[in-house]
Write a protein that binds this ligand. Structure first.
Ligand code: ADP
Ligand code: MG
Length: 395
């Protein structure tokens, strides 16, 4: 795939700059409230220390905009990091090469918030040079920051022998399986609130998948584009023309767009609001579409039974409020079932999508769940991620 991994590197006695994403939530007392991101980098760091390297962790924390902000010091994450790693972590405000060289092999350093330096987000060559002077090897384990060309995510990768960390490697391998050279048929599920936030995604997916299942609020815009009255449903009427263009592009490329044939409607956006199932073209004027109906779900389940690869972003309905989570749950459970059975490679990402799949108790069976947010979406949109591009063909 063109990038090196830790297996390709000689780590013994080396200073290894590791770009990580430990931008974790903290409470008012400065305590880490969710250490998931910290736990996920442990395999990379332990691999480096067990092979005699000295990891020097580089990370951002919040948006300090190039100046020192005491509340955004990475010192706050040291206890959680030590607990996850089971070893001491040496925090350094300004990393110093001599101190790294003097430390015994296996010492873990954490450098202060990279975004305190104005050169970080500007990808300043001087900052990249300074970072490179601290290490022998650069390892990027922050896929979720790879859509940004910053000094610690992109610039420095050109100046040192560079590789992907374990988390980056897993993410790239999963995404490559889903969109790079996927086994066909490939089904994409795209849902969520609005077409406007996912135009690039839809445009790229119609080129790559055989079936594009559209659900959630954005399906309403596609229905409206066909002249269907969607009543009080969430709908971007100004984007019906765009929806029509996507439909025509799909038709041209042999991608079938699958819209709901029946829908669940209610008069208010609230849990347990009185609701009914109607045909997709029969939404009452005073009602709104909040979920896909049972016939639509049956079609989705049969597509998933045939599919070899699934890409999923966006819930099929207003999954936060019952019972309008039914279609999302049923589709998630079908995808989980076929993934477990080994007939489906399933990759999903997106803030609400991950929440919805967890709520359906399906996430654990998916082949890969990306927590990378913006970077995942940009990859799915077919964009080049600067942090990944810099690893390809690196020394
Ligand atoms: P993600 O964060 O996974 O990318 P989105 O943010 O695009 O997903 O979409 C999630 C939101 O879409 C949820 O808040 C959900 O309630 C909303 N949604 C889905 N279907 C509908 C619908 N029919 N009407 C209104 N909102 C909807
Ligand atoms: Mg969202």
């Amino acid at each position: 795939m063109g990038w090196k991994t830790l297996d390709d590197m000689d780590l013994e006695g080396k200073s290894v700059l590791v770009r990580v994403d430990i931008n974790v939530p903290v409470d008012e007392a400065g305590q880490v409230t969710d250490a998931t991101r910290i736990e996920r980098i442990v395999p990379t760091i332990q691999y480096i220390t067990s092979h005699g390297g000295k990891p020097v962790l580089l990370a951002h924390f919040g948006r300090p905009k190039g100046k020192y902000v005491p509340e955004l010091s990475l010192r706050a994450v040291v206890p959680a990091l030590q607990e996850a790693l089971g070893c001491d972590v040496t925090f350094v405000e300004r990393p110093d090469r001599a101190a790294i060289d003097e430390a015994p092999n296996g010492t873990v350093f954490l450098a202060e918030n990279t975004r305190f330096a104005p050169g970080e987000t500007k990808n300043d060559p001087g900052m990249a040079q300074f970072l490179a002077s601290l290490g022998d090897i650069y390892c990027n384990d922050a896929f979720s920051a790879a859509h940004r060309a910053h000094a610690s995510t992109e610039g420095v990768a050109h100046l040192l022998p560079s590789c992907a960390g374990r988390l980056m490697q897993a993410e790239l391998e999963a995404l490559e399986k889903a969109l790079g050279k996927p086994q066909k048929p490939v089904v994409a599920v795209v849902g969520g609130a609005k077409v406007s936030t996912k135009l690039d995604l839809l445009g790229n997916l119609v080129e790559k998948v055989q079936y594009l299942i559209i659900g959630g609020g954005m399906a309403n815009t596609f229905l409206a584009a066909r002249g269907i009255d969607v009543g009080k449903s969430l709908c971007e009427h100004d984007l019906t023309e765009t929806a029509e263009q996507i439909r025509l592009k799909a038709l041209d490329l042999g991608c079938e767009i699958v819209l709901p044939v029946d829908v669940v409607v209610a008069r208010e956006f609230a849990a347990n609001a009185p609701h009914e199932v109607v045909g997709a073209q029969d939404c009452p004027k005073d009602a709104m579409i909040l979920d896909a109906g049972p016939q639509s779900v049956a079609r989705i389940e049969s597509l998933l039974a045939e599919a070899k690869t699934l890409i999923w972003n966006g819930p099929l309905g207003a999954f936060e409020i019952e019972p309008f989570d039914a279609a999302t749950n049923a589709a998630a459970q079908a995808a989980a079932k076929y993934s477990r059975a080994g007939t489906l490679i399933s990759v999903a990402g997106g803030g609400d999508t991950v929440a919805a799949l967890n709520k359906a108790d399906a996430a654990k069976d998916f082949t890969y769940i990306s927590t990378a947010g913006g970077a995942f979406l940009e990859w799915m949109e077919g964009k080049t991620l600067p942090g990944v591009a810099a690893l390809i063909g690196a020394r």
